[in-house]
Design a binder for this molecule. Structure first.
Ligand SMILES: NC(=O)c1ccc[n+]([C@@H]2O[C@H](COP(=O)([O-])OP(=O)(O)OC[C@H]3O[C@@H](n4cnc5c(N)ncnc54)[C@H](OP(=O)(O)O)[C@@H]3O)[C@@H](O)[C@H]2O)c1
Length: 342
């Protein structure tokens, strides 16, 4: 009998949750039943999936008792409250928030990089699996093959992050500001329309933001390189389609730029789009709705021969969140017995 799973999406009415449901359908994930979950505000709201309508419910231990795989995208505090309950009820939780990412026993997974960490030595999946931060995911997909071949010493990254990274509120804030209807500043700090804001999440004691330190700590964990030097500046820009990153990577070993291009083009999850003479390079407007990580503007650092510059773009709602989570769920197929068959 083929294995089909009861899949809950907590945050089903949000930007990431809705995209998760789209990706589950597109990839024909073997869903026996979809269980959309959100807050009281959305209870009863109908969600159509594979021609069937499902009513949105609020999370409860009883609901998780029948769930095999739970995709969480409702924020850190909701994850902290409900992930341990869902796990106790026997669901495998794939969590999009930052709540558990740095817990030593929780795998932090980008399937192209470290899918093997999902399972313990006895072949069982972890009960909570963390999906990394969106800006980290698209960067590590590119760093992994480069590190394996040339050994990375240091990465300097500046991000250009879409307002969709702030969820429904981010999108609405930009639209209201452009229409002159905004009641308050974007994230209560500065306007985002016609602006560029070098400030995402709160400042920590070291003058870096929480978003920046996520890029440092999560990259080290995913690549299993606790000493890797990552120097980030994260910036919010008034665009919809995805996050862009200017990345400067210093290697231990020599490289040829053409070999780097070929290596990336052959690596999973990456599309190289690098024809500067024809004005071709990745841009959020073209990456929107796509699952790949796009790379262009590949060139040797002007001053440092063992260092390379590149431009990396991905749809943060897709590879930065929903697609990555569904890819993790795909790794469970055939290795997780649905409760209905136990
Ligand atoms: N946006 C991105 O690019 C991105 C990327 C990676 C990770 N993430 C993470 O994914 C999560 C969701 O992001 P998003 O952009 O989808 O946000 P969003 O558009 O604001 O959606 C939030 C979702 O969470 C639900 N929710 C809020 N409070 C809840 C509660 N107390 N109980 C149950 N459900 C609740 C909302 O339900 P209602 O509609 O009922 O309010 C909605 O479905 C966050 O942890 C975020 O950090 C986002």
């Amino acid at each position: 009998m083929s294995q089909r799973y009861r899949v809950a999406v907590l945050g089903a009415t949000g930007l990431v949750g809705r995209t998760m449901i789209e990706v589950l359908a597109e990839q024909q994930f073997p869903v026996e039943e979809l269980i959309p979950l959100a807050s009281e505000r959305s209870a009863g709201q109908k969600i159509t999936f594979q021609d069937k309508e499902y009513a949105t419910q609020v999370p409860s231990a009883e609901v998780f008792g029948k769930v095999d795989i739970a995709l969480f995208s409702a924020g850190g505090s909701v994850s902290k409250e409900w992930a341990p309950i869902a796990a106790r009820e026997g669901a495998v939780v794939i969590d999009n928030s930052s709540a558990f990412r740095m817990e030593p026993n929780v795998p932090l997974v980008v399937p192209e990089v470290n899918a093997e960490t999902i399972f313990s030595t006895d072949g069982k999946p972890a009960s909570i699996i963390a999906n990394p931060n969106c800006s980290t995911i698209q960067m590590v997909v590119v760093l992994k093959p480069l590190h394996d071949k040339y050994t990375i010493k240091r990465v300097v990254v500046s991000t250009y992050q879409s307002v969709t990274g702030k969820g429904k509120k981010g999108l609405e804030a930009l639209e209201e500001e452009i229409a002159g209807k905004a009641q308050e500043k974007f994230e209560h700090v500065h306007p985002i329309a016609y602006n560029v804001v070098p400030h995402i999440d709160v400042f920590l004691g070291n003058d870096y933001t929480k978003e920046e330190m996520k890029m440092v700590n999560e990259t080290q964990k995913i690549l299993n390189q606790p000493d890797l030097k990552v120097s980030p500046t994260t910036v919010r820009v008034p665009v919809y389609g995805g996050h862009a990153e200017s990345v400067n990577i210093e290697f231990e070993h020599d490289f040829e730029v053409d070999d780097v291009r070929k290596l990336l083009a052959q690596s999973p999850g990456i599309l190289v789009n690098d024809h500067p003479g024809e004005n071709v390079y990745p841009m959020p407007i073209e990456c929107y709705g796509k699952d790949d990580v796009f790379v262009g503007r590949i060139r040797r650092d002007y001053w440092h021969p063992k260092t390379i510059n590149m431009w990396i773009v991905a749809d943060n709602l897709r590879k930065g969140a929903a697609t990555n989570a569904v890819q993790i769920a795909n790794c469970l197929i055939g290795k997780l017995t649905p409760k209905a068959l136990v």
